[in-house]
Design a protein around this ligand. Structure first.
Ligand SMILES: [Zn+2]
Length: 285
C-alpha cells in the first residue's frame, strides 16, 4: 500500500515536523475576479536594478461570501478556458491572505519550504521552468503548496512576438505540470507586464493571471530586511495577495513576516482554483 493517490487524496495541513507526506491542499472557493490593470513587477530573476515597482494595484472585488470550507482534494482535470480577467485580490472581507513567492526554483527553495512547513503556511510558488530542472515541484505540491508559472525565462512578454510570448506561457505550464504531476492553474507575468492577449493565452489553458495586492519590495531590501515586514504590514488587507521572492533577505524575515501577519489577525489560505468558463465561450485554437 505504498502508493499514494496522485493528488487525489485529501489531507489536512502538513505536520510541523518531519517529512510527513501530505496531499495537495485544494479548497474550492468561488471564482475570484478583479479586473483592473497591473502594476509593474520588479520581480526580475536577474537584475532588479532600477526597476521600480509601482504602487500596488487594487481592485474592488465583490465579496463572494468568503471561501468555501469544502475540502475537495481533487485537482481539476485538464482545465478548460477560464476568465482572462487578472486576479489582484481575493474577493473576501475575511482576514485571509495568500502568500505568493516568485522567481524560483533556486538554491533557497528548500529552506523556504522548511519555514513554511514549520509555520504551517500554504504558499503559491510562481516558478520559471527554464532556469533549472524542477525536481522539487512534486514535493512542493505534496507539502500542500501550489505552483504557478512565471514563464520559461522571465522575459518582458509584451516585447516578444505573440508566438514567443505564447510559448513562454504554454511551455512553462507543460514543464511544471510534468514535474509537479498536477494541473498548473496560475500564471504570473514577469514584471506584471501583460495585456489582454497575454491573459487570454493563459486563460485558454485554464490558467488565471495572478497579480498581487501587496508588493513587499523585498528584492530591493537586501540591506534592510525588516523593512520587508513593515512594507507588507502597511499594505495588507483582507484578501490580499502578498508578493515576495526567493531571496536571502526574504528568507531571513519570513518567520517574522508570518508571525506579524498572524498577530494582526490574518490567516494564510491557498489560491482558489479558477472555474472554467461556460463551454460556449470556449475557444482553444
Ligand atoms: Zn519575477
Amino acid at each position: 500500500m505504498a502508493l499514494l493517490a496522485q493528488a487525489g487524496a485529501v489531507a489536512p495541513a502538513p505536520a510541523a515536523a518531519g517529512p510527513e507526506p501530505s496531499a495537495p491542499e485544494v479548497r474550492v472557493v468561488p471564482p475570484p475576479s478583479a479586473p483592473k490593470d497591473a502594476p509593474a513587477d520588479p520581480s526580475a530573476a536577474v537584475a532588479p536594478g532600477g526597476q521600480d515597482g509601482s504602487a500596488p494595484a487594487d481592485a474592488e472585488a465583490k465579496p463572494a461570501g468568503g471561501p468555501g470550507e469544502e475540502p475537495a482534494g481533487q485537482p481539476p482535470a485538464p482545465a478548460g478556458p477560464v476568465s482572462p480577467d487578472p486576479l489582484i485580490r481575493l474577493p473576501t472581507e475575511a482576514k485571509e491572505v495568500v502568500l505568493t513567492i516568485d522567481d524560483g526554483p533556486g538554491p533557497l527553495t528548500e529552506r523556504f519550504l522548511a519555514v513554511l512547513e514549520a509555520e504551517e503556511v500554504p504558499a503559491v510558488f510562481f516558478w520559471l521552468s527554464g532556469s533549472r530542472s524542477l525536481p522539487l515541484a512534486a514535493e512542493v505540491v505534496r507539502q500542500g503548496h501550489q505552483i504557478g508559472t512565471h514563464t520559461v525565462s522571465h522575459p518582458r512578454l509584451l516585447q516578444l512576438q505573440p508566438g514567443e510570448a505564447a510559448a513562454q506561457i504554454t511551455e512553462s505550464q507543460a514543464a511544471l505540470e510534468a514535474a509537479a504531476g498536477v494541473p498548473v492553474r496560475f500564471f504570473r507575468p514577469p514584471y506584471g507586464e501583460h495585456d489582454r492577449q497575454i491573459r487570454e493565452i493563459a486563460a485558454a489553458r485554464g490558467m488565471s493571471t495572478v497579480l498581487w495586492t501587496v508588493d513587499s519590495r523585498d528584492w530591493a531590501l537586501a540591506d534592510d530586511p525588516e523593512q520587508i515586514v513593515a512594507n507588507v504590514l502597511q499594505q495588507v488587507k483582507p484578501g490580499a495577495l502578498i508578493l515576495i521572492h526567493e531571496r536571502a533577505q526574504t528568507l531571513a524575515v519570513l518567520p517574522d513576516l508570518i508571525r506579524a501577519l498572524r498577530e494582526a489577525g490574518y490567516t494564510f489560505i491557498p489560491l482558489p482554483e479558477p472555474d472554467p468558463l461556460p463551454r460556449a465561450v470556449a475557444s482553444d485554437g
